[in-house]
Ligand binder design. Sequence first.
Ligand SMILES: Nc1ncnc2c1ncn2[C@@H]1O[C@H](COP(=O)(O)OP(=O)(O)OP(=O)(O)O)[C@@H](O)[C@H]1O
Length: 392
Amino acid sequence: MARLTLTDITKSFGDTQVLKGISLDVHDGEFLSLVGASGCGKSTLLRIISGLETADTGRIEIDGVGVDEAAPKARNVALVFQDYALYPHMSVAQNMAMPLVMGRLPMYARLPGARFLTPNHTSTRREITSKVEQVAEQLRIAHLLARRPAALSGGQRQRVALGRALVRDPSLFLMDEPLSNLDAKLRVEVRREIVELHRKSGLTFVYVTHDQVEAMTMSDRVAMLQEGRLLQVGAPSTLYGDPASVDVARFIGSPEVNLMPVRTVAGGLDLAGQVLPLATRQPEGATLFLGVRPEALRLVEAGAAGAEPATTLTVTRHSVEDLGGELVVHAALLHAPDIALRLRVQKGSDARAPLMVPSTFRVGVPEGALMLFGADGQRISDPVLSLSEVMA
Ligand SMILES: Nc1ncnc2c1ncn2[C@@H]1O[C@H](COP(=O)(O)OP(=O)(O)OP(=O)(O)O)[C@@H](O)[C@H]1O
């Protein structure tokens, strides 16, 4: 296990600054995901942690000890890539044994016949074989040890790559998009296996992905990068429910968060001519963005029993995606068709029953689910929004 501390890491390639001062603490035994769009600097940061790349400025500490000058091998850090990087001419067992052979047997001892020349050669080989078998057992690939990589499925190759990293007993496990070459079903399976591996090993994991679902489902905490800067670091539920900015709100969650331009007026927020009776402490006339997650909105069925939501919007339906147990409804405000809305609607216990969405319908907007962002995209912290203050 290990604690990783990054302080003010910067990196440029030519004139382009790719990392613009990254400071991050990864706790002992934590699973932290680095997420962000393609090109934001995730892999570069991971390579800097591993020692394959050098930062221009900043400091990297593992368990409080600076490792900036240490070679990759000396950091005891394992790195798994998306393309597995297995040796095609070697068996699974040889691939997995490679880091131990390289680390424990000197060059001449790796040659054929070396066991006659090298003291402890046989016992070292035996220890390596035993470690490889133990890790292969753990990853359920023991029956594949004699095969070559070409005779394995994508998921099996990925497990071999994980195994090769694990045999060294690293203190820090770094993974760069390890699932991106797998099909959707296998991704879910290997995702679960990696989480299980983390739980059993207790190692510190730093996991790079551009897939927010992976980050949300696997991690203790998520660190979101954008153009070389950290936007927010927190538990998945924090980034989802309490995003610090429009960019975080939009990146996390599928379907994407609804964002509507509003203006502050005396009675609340003016959304395309309709005033939402919300108290804000913003000056009147400010242009802001109101955010709400698609599942927080309610389809208000005409004549249905139950309390009416305090605020409703009338929308026109554009399209409906049937996901089996739920629908994703794409709509737009009736009087401002350029403002789009997405809703997730549960189909209830009988998923076969058709759920009709009228061409024009009302959407209930629950007060507690609303998020307000400034014109600069930064979150205006709650409790700025309050329906009850106005109603009282
Ligand atoms: N060795 C290099 N030389 C020049 N530019 C580089 C080098 N490595 C990365 N870059 C550039 O740095 C930026 C960040 O790259 P990086 O691979 O870290 O992004 P990423 O977030 O991991 O992207 P992806 O999700 O596509 O892998 C990109 O614009 C990339 O082109």
